[in-house]
Design a protein around this ligand. Structure first.
Ligand code: SF4
Length: 138
């Protein structure tokens, strides 16, 4: 974590629920055993089923799977919403406050091209941003 980050005064962000970050281009979304257990409890499905239907091995870890069009397999395309929102993995929960997105004001502003919530809504204070950044290294 930088000593005196450029976002020291906080950043404006409010999710518009557009679904862009759950759909479109393929990517890696890390998921672990605790996530799988929580998702199984939340959905009432077995952990083994969650593993087979919604995860894939990637770089010695597990990632969520996507449909051929890049949409997350937990995303409901008709309702345009995440079906496991209360128990979504840390990488989803901490978006867009990832180390990679906060490298510079330029990186953050560019993010606004794909995430319309960037720069909108209330001010997210530094303490909350740093809590998110420290939760997962992406
Ligand atoms: S892309 Fe941004 S505004 Fe759209 S759903 Fe994701 S976090 Fe929310």
């Amino acid at each position: 974590m930088p000593q005196d980050p450029w976002y020291r005064d906080g950043l404006h962000f409010e999710c518009t629920a557009c679904g862009n970050c759950c759909t479109g281009s393929p990517g890696v979304v890390w998921i672990d055993d605790d996530d799988i257990r929580r998702i199984a409890e939340f959905t009432g499905r077995g952990e083994a089923e969650i593993r087979v239907m919604h995860t894939r091995p990637y770089a010695n870890r597990l990632s969520l799977t996507e449909y051929a069009n890049g949409d997350c397999t937990f995303f409901d395309g008709n309702l345009r919403r995440c079906t496991i929102y209360p128990v979504r993995p840390a990488q989803c929960r901490t978006w867009p406050f990832w180390r990679s997105n906060l490298e510079s004001p330029h990186a953050w502003n560019n993010l606004g091209l794909e995430c319309p919530g960037v720069g909108q809504g209330g001010l997210v204070p530094l303490e909350i941003i740093e809590t998110h950044v420290s939760e997962i290294d992406v």
